[in-house]
Design a protein around this ligand. Structure first.
Ligand SMILES: [Zn+2]
Ligand SMILES: [Zn+2]
Length: 302
């Protein structure tokens, strides 16, 4: 048990009515998971949080008006920069297409960009769900935000704006800005505009997947129902055991393929045997992964 975890439990004991002292337990592996277990000696015994008989409120549970969940002017400025570079790429592509009277290739390239953005969002989501922590360079804040997202899914609607959306917008601004300056090919610009735009707003699409139907604008619900944006029901599976599937959050079109062929599980095995990196999804569900439900804010409607 880590010192931080121990401290957290001691702190919780002061404010909770009932606290169970955690202790290591031995579990039957065949009964607790369907995941491949490459190293049984390492994985056989795991500390497990106590099971509370009644609902417990985490002492570090975020509140909805937490300032850390809100956007700053800096975040908005980066979002504006990212949007500007995407719109410039799109406008240049359309102008060049109309001048050359070639529309099919740029439109097709845009469609390919949209499809690949879904794959990119899945790789990004899988990476920060499973590896690194808050101290990881560059992605530390995003990793922390996504970990909180699993325990408190409703925070995605706030924290995505304060962390992942602006981080992706900044990356898009740095990558797409130079392309806007040097590229005049309508096909390439069409691909870049759609791919970067969908990756940048993948966190917004993710947020919508956590909203109730009644709280979403009708066009968004229609796009979700058409499968053009990741659906609420499909993404809900990501937040249920075994917590290792449905990572793609633009359209979700790649999820079935990636999960059927266990692509991410294969990558996890490679990273484990090559570098000793153990993904978080191999652990038994703990307080970090188990959803602390907020019924009125996180509901999935069929
Ligand atoms: Zn996740
Ligand atoms: Zn989610």
């Amino acid at each position: 048990m880590s010192v931080a975890f121990h401290h957290k439990l001691l702190h919780a004991s002061v404010i909770r009515e009932r606290v169970h002292v955690p202790r290591g337990r031995v579990y039957c592996l065949a009964a607790t998971t369907t995941k491949p277990r490459p190293d049984l000696a390492e994985l056989a015994v795991e500390p497990r949080l106590p099971t509370a008989p009644g609902p417990l409120i985490s002492p570090d549970r975020p509140v909805l008006n937490d300032p850390s969940l809100k956007s700053t002017w800096g975040h908005r400025a980066w979002l504006a920069c990212g949007c500007t570079t995407v719109l410039v790429a799109l406008a240049k592509s359309m102008v060049a297409s109309s001048e050359s009277h070639v529309w099919a290739e740029p439109v097709l390239a845009g469609a390919v960009g949209y499809v690949l953005a879904d794959l990119g969002s899945g790789v990004y989501h899988w990476g920060i769900d499973n590896y690194g922590d808050a101290s990881t360079p560059v992605f530390g804040a995003q990793i922390e935000a996504f970990q909180g997202h699993h325990k408190w899914p409703w925070t995605i609607t706030r924290r995505q704006a304060a962390n992942n959306l602006h981080a992706l917008a900044r990356a898009v601004a740095f990558v797409v800005g130079p392309i806007d300056l040097i590229c005049n090919d309508p096909t390439m610009l069409g691909f870049v505009a759609l791919c970067s735009g969908c990756i940048m707003f993948s966190q917004q699409f993710h947020s919508w997947a956590h909203s109730t139907k009644s709280k979403l604008p009708p066009p968004v619900v229609a796009l979700q129902d058409l499968g053009l944006l990741v659906s609420r029901s499909q993404h809900a599976a990501h937040h249920r055991a075994p917590y290792n599937n449905n990572y793609c959050i633009v359209s979700g079109v790649w999820n079935e393929f990636l999960d059927y062929w266990k692509v991410f599980e294969a990558l996890e095995m490679v990273l484990f045997f090559k570098f000793g990196l153990r993904p978080r999804s191999w652990s038994e569900p703990s307080s970090e992964w188990t959803e602390d439900a907020e019924e009125d804010l996180y509901q999935v409607e069929a």
